[in-house]
Design a binder for this molecule. Structure first.
Ligand code: ATP
Length: 510
């Protein structure tokens, strides 16, 4: 029975909960579970009969967070179409590249994003009467009776684009099997439903793999999923924190900048029990501040990637106190640490590249044989590109991304490790470490630092703080004070933009 799945419908809880399936954090508008199910069915029928979509067709989604986006995801998945969501902030040329990569045959957009789509690509506008008539099945005569399509586990469910923080954009294909595996893990961990009080605020964007998965998972587990929509999203971290308070959420997914914001904002959050944080390293000081501020909230760190799904996580309070770790490896995930130069397996405590294998690992990159050949080895292990180690108790630590290591006189310096050290200095709000070309050393590590307003901390003090805490080859050789550090929606430092900054902005100061 496991080789086939009925993705959308079989995963809705039964009986359907009485509390809402979706809640718009900006307007308070809701979609009940019965309405969600009937909208999914009506939409799936309409998309097949009136738009002519078939299983295997790739649907490109370029839309901000809206209540109808999870409905659209479920509807497409239910008959085997492939959902391919992208960041609505991308430019037209970036969008064209992604559409070509995934070979999308139809797009879903809103009026404000549709102009970025390539000409000639059939497009359905989510904010049109036409789409609303699909959702509510207004034109009943034309809609094919909904049937639960059976989708093979090996078929592609979604194509997710990497944000390209480390190189060219790639399109990862994830199968229905991948999601079945991830959801099985989630079912095993789910809190008991608590009569409608179980509300999960989706702090991660729905176009990114983590938010995409959580948008499906919340509904499948019978939680109310609170969506961070327009006016709330525009207010950034402040808006997210206020929404969590206003809607008394019990759980939220949050990127590290949101967790840091929560620790600093004035907020009540009495109902909050659990925060799932992941996507980028969370500074230890921020985690400690958060735990002091919210002693009753379980701050769970999760580590994973678009390509590998969830790899590790913290579950209970005892684990959550393991500072700096990203938790224990999840069930269903096989891992090994390999010397990234010799390829030899390493043992406990030794640092090397993390390799992952298991049912949640992607089927591969679409149309990129070169990337597939360099990402998978001959035994099907996926190379994560992350420098990691596992301690004697089985806790996983992510040191840095291998591609981002700075090469100083033949030594490898992990910028993420230095960023965490920099953030232990109270005067430092944010920091980014990057390589700078140097004739003698090859590259030297330099730091861009955002100071607390009014702070007079000097370059020498910052460098000294780091020098006292790391091996001398890792010392920061130069500090530039800046106003902000560019970050991706998942909270990752956009290192290529930093390079531009240095080339065009501050280079004369070095
Ligand atoms: P890119 O395009 O650069 O791959 P992305 O944000 O689109 O970025 P993801 O698949 O979300 O792609 O990124 C996964 C990577 O994020 C991991 O390989 C790891 O380097 C980093 N990461 C994720 N979670 C954590 C965490 N909890 N701690 C440290 N690093 C993390």
């Amino acid at each position: 029975p496991l080789s086939f799945t009925v993705f959308a419908f079989s995963l809705l809880p039964s009986p359907l909960p009485a509390h809402p399936a979706l809640l718009d954090a900006a307007t308070g508008e809701t979609v009940s579970f019965p309405a969600f199910r009937s909208q999914v069915r009506a939409l799936a029928g309409g998309l097949r009969s009136r738009v002519g979509l078939r299983r295997g067709d790739v649907a490109f989604v370029l839309a901000p967070a809206r209540l109808d986006v999870p409905v659209l995801y479920f509807a497409l998945l239910s008959f085997g179409a492939v959902v391919s969501p992208a960041n609505p902030a991308l430019t037209a040329s970036e969008v064209a590249r992604l559409v070509a990569l995934s070979d999308a045959s139809v797009a879903f957009a809103v009026s404000s994003t549709a102009a970025k789509l390539p000409a000639g690509l059939p497009t359905v506008l989510l904010d049109s009467d036409h789409f609303r008539s699909f959702l509510h099945n207004d034109d009943r005569g034309e809609v094919v009776a909904p049937e639960t399509a059976v989708v093979h586990q090996s078929e592609t469910a979604t194509i997710q684009y990497s944000s390209g923080t480390t190189g060219r954009v790639k399109a990862a294909a994830l199968s229905h099997r991948n999601f079945t595996a991830m959801l099985a893990g989630a079912h095993a961990l789910a809190h008991k439903p608590r009569h409608g009080r179980d509300r999960m605020l989706l702090g991660a964007p729905m176009f990114h793999s983590l938010g995409f998965y959580y948008a499906l998972k919340g509904v499948a587990l019978g939680q109310t999923t609170v969506l961070v929509t327009d006016t709330v999203a525009r207010r950034g971290v402040k808006g997210v924190v206020e929404a969590a308070e206003r809607w008394a959420v019990s759980e939220m997914t949050a990127s590290p900048p949101v967790v840091m914001g929560m620790a600093k904002e004035r907020c009540g959050l009495e109902a909050l029990e659990r925060v799932v944080c992941g996507g980028a390293p969370l500074p230890t000081t921020a985690a400690e501040m958060f735990r002091r501020r919210f002693p009753n909230v379980n701050l769970c760190m999760g580590y994973g990637s678009t390509e590998a799904g969830g790899i590790s996580r913290m579950i209970d309070r005892e684990e959550c106190t393991r500072i700096g770790s990203v938790g224990r490896v999840s069930e269903n995930v096989e891992v090994k640490i390999v010397d990234h130069i010799t390829g030899k397996p390493l043992s406990v405590g030794q640092r090397g590249e993390l390799f992952v294998r298991g049912p949640a690992v992607m089927t591969g990159y679409v149309g990129d044989d070169e990337a597939n050949a360099s990402t998978f080895d001959s035994e099907g292990w996926l190379k994560t590109g992350d420098l990691c180690y596992i301690d004697q108790d089985g806790f996983l630590f992510v040191v840095d991304r291998l591609k981002e290591l700075i090469k100083y006189k033949g030594y490898q310096v992990p910028p993420a490790e230095l960023e965490l050290v920099l953030q232990t200095l109270p005067e430092v709000v944010e920091a980014a470490v990057m390589p700078y070309p140097d004739e003698e050393a090859g590259q030297i590590p330099i730091a861009l630092v955002v100071r607390q307003p009014g702070s007079k901390v000097t370059e020498a003090q910052v460098m000294d703080h780091v020098a006292k805490r790391v091996a001398s080859y890792k010392k920061i050789r130069k500090v530039l004070f800046v106003d902000s550090i560019p970050k991706s929606p998942a909270g990752k430092i956009l290192r290529r933009q930093l390079t531009n900054y240095l080339q065009f902005g501050a280079v004369s100061r070095l």
